[in-house]
Design a protein around this ligand. Structure first.
Ligand code: ADQ
Length: 459
């Protein structure tokens, strides 16, 4: 970034995870993106270590030029803040799952307490010209708490998940207090125009906001609210094609697929990713196209996450049963229709698998962006690319319009898209891929970083 010498960047997110290329899915796209931000603009990445203890000690480490500062959380914090308010209240609600969102006062107290602790811990490390960038739904009130402690720096907030429509959000008992805290920031970023529109609609109706262009004024504070879609490190993904793990994974997939087309799904095991509906759609395809039996298979990679939360244990059980049932019904002595793998893969291996796949099946019911869709596109062979089937409800659908867009709730839609993708001529695949690749190349993770940071500097 051209003027990196001017100010340090303090990135604050729930978890701090230093990405390593050999890690097996230990970190998602967020960690990779934030790490890239700090490699370009010096600063500190602050957040939870992932460990549980009663220590309040802040631990500094330097990895590949990036300084991280981490603290542990107590068991009660993890239960009430992380497993509780973040993942049992906000995550389901923001993903339109009112039916499983839980509203417990203890969760809310834990959320407030951890945000307060984060602010207390980081405050003395902030210098006057630092830019502060807070990430995601775990830390919505953090900017407001920092302001109450006298921090006057520019502070930005980026929401990685969807912003729900106002009628859904009002099901959160403390919706108003929570949204008001966002007005402590200078810039608030969303992944898509759709989430930004929902936010504007809420503040216009419930906070009596004045809206002029990107600027929104509420009670004497003005923020800039923008859509700023996150990208992947496209260049790195393309270069990773020649990494030995990518080549090995690609060869393994090609060898084990002889005469069969590979359809790949890669997701954290989360109910928002639409895995049950995806399996149902794939089964519909198998039933409608018996001539495709043994000529195609679905590799679904889905490492379990958030297993302390019941709804995640439930979905895991449901998927085990569903994949077993589909395999039991359709398999033959030398063919299994679904290979269901519950573990993470290194990023290079994933690259090789994506490249070997004729179809990337990305069908979340609701997703802030979805980086897997972009990674699939980046990994393709330009001369013989695969086809991306993408949910119309993923944020990525605003950018990747040349994908085969589907309604993830419709088994028929998914089944039809699979058949269309398998039939798609090479010229059409190349044409669609090219325009998606141009998009992820020009709007990559560096574009995202630069756009957001420039917005903060504008203010
Ligand atoms: P996630 O919900 O985690 O991210 P996603 O955007 O798809 O979803 O990112 C997942 C990342 O984890 C990808 O980089 C993927 O490669 C990696 N991953 C997934 N399964 C894996 C596996 N089995 N092995 C190894 N790696 C795996 C949240 C929001 C998204 C938003 C991102 C970034 O929910 O909507 O796109 O943050 O803002």
């Amino acid at each position: 970034m051209e003027d990196s010498a001017l100010s340090r960047l303090i990135v604050i997110s729930n978890r701090v995870q230093v990405p390593r290329s050999d890690d097996e899915g230990a970190q998602g796209g967020l960690a990779v993106a934030l790490f890239a931000a700090l490699r370009q603009q010096k600063g500190i990445w602050f957040g939870w270590s992932g460990d549980t203890s009663d220590s309040r000690e802040l631990r500094f480490e330097v990895n590949s030029d990036v300084t991280t500062a981490t603290i542990d959380l107590s068991e009660q914090d993890v239960e009430e803040y992380y497993n509780g308010y973040a993942n049992r209240t906000l995550w389901p609600l923001f993903h339109y799952r009112l039916d499983i969102a839980e509203h417990e006062r203890d969760f809310q107290g834990g959320y407030r307490r951890v945000n307060q602790n984060f602010a207390d811990t980081i405050k003395s490390h902030i210098q006057s010209d630092d830019l502060i960038w807070v990430h995601d739904y775990h830390l919505i009130p953090l900017g407001d708490i920092l302001r109450s402690k006298g921090i006057q720096n520019k502070i930005g907030f980026f929401l990685h998940i969807p912003w729900p429509p106002k009628r859904l959000l009002t099901a959160l008992p403390e919706h108003r207090e929570l949204v008001e805290t966002l007005f402590a920031y200078d810039v608030v970023g969303f992944q898509t125009e759709e989430w930004l529109d929902s936010f504007r609609d809420y503040v216009a109706n419930h906070l009596d906001a004045t809206i002029e262009g990107d600027e929104i004024r509420v009670g004497g504070r003005t923020i800039r609210a923008i859509a700023c879609p996150i990208g992947i490190d496209t260049k790195d993904f393309v270069e990773a094609r020649s990494h030995k793990d990518a080549i090995t994974a690609y060869s393994r997939m090609v060898e084990s697929s002889i005469g069969r087309d590979l359809i790949v799904g890669v997701d954290r095991l989360d109910y928002s990713k639409g895995l049950q509906e995806r399996f149902t759609g794939y089964e519909r395809f198998l039933s409608k196209h018996p001539e495709r039996a043994a000529k195609v298979y679905l590799l679904q990679i889905a490492p379990p996450t958030r297993e302390a939360v019941q709804s995640y244990r439930d979905i895991r059980m449901a998927l085990n049963a569903q994949s077993g049932l589909i395999n039991g019904t359709h398999a033959d002595i030398d063919w299994v229709p679904i290979r269901y793998v519950n573990r993470g893969m290194s990023r290079s291996m994933l690259g090789g698998i994506y490249r070997a796949a004729r179809i990337g099946l990305v069908t979340p019911l609701r997703d802030g962006m979805n980086l897997v869709a972009k990674e699939y596109v980046a990994a393709q062979d330009p001369d013989d690319p695969g086809v991306l089937i993408l949910s119309q409800f993923a944020g990525a659908a605003e950018q990747l319009k040349e994908a085969l867009l589907v309604n993830p709730y419709s088994a028929d839609d998914i089944a039809e898209a699979i058949e269309n993708a398998l039939r798609m001529p090479r010229e059409e695949r190349i044409e669609r891929w090219k325009s998606m690749f141009d998009c992820i190349k020009s709007q990559d993770v560096n574009w995202w970083l630069k756009k957001f940071i420039n917005e903060m500097k504008k203010f």
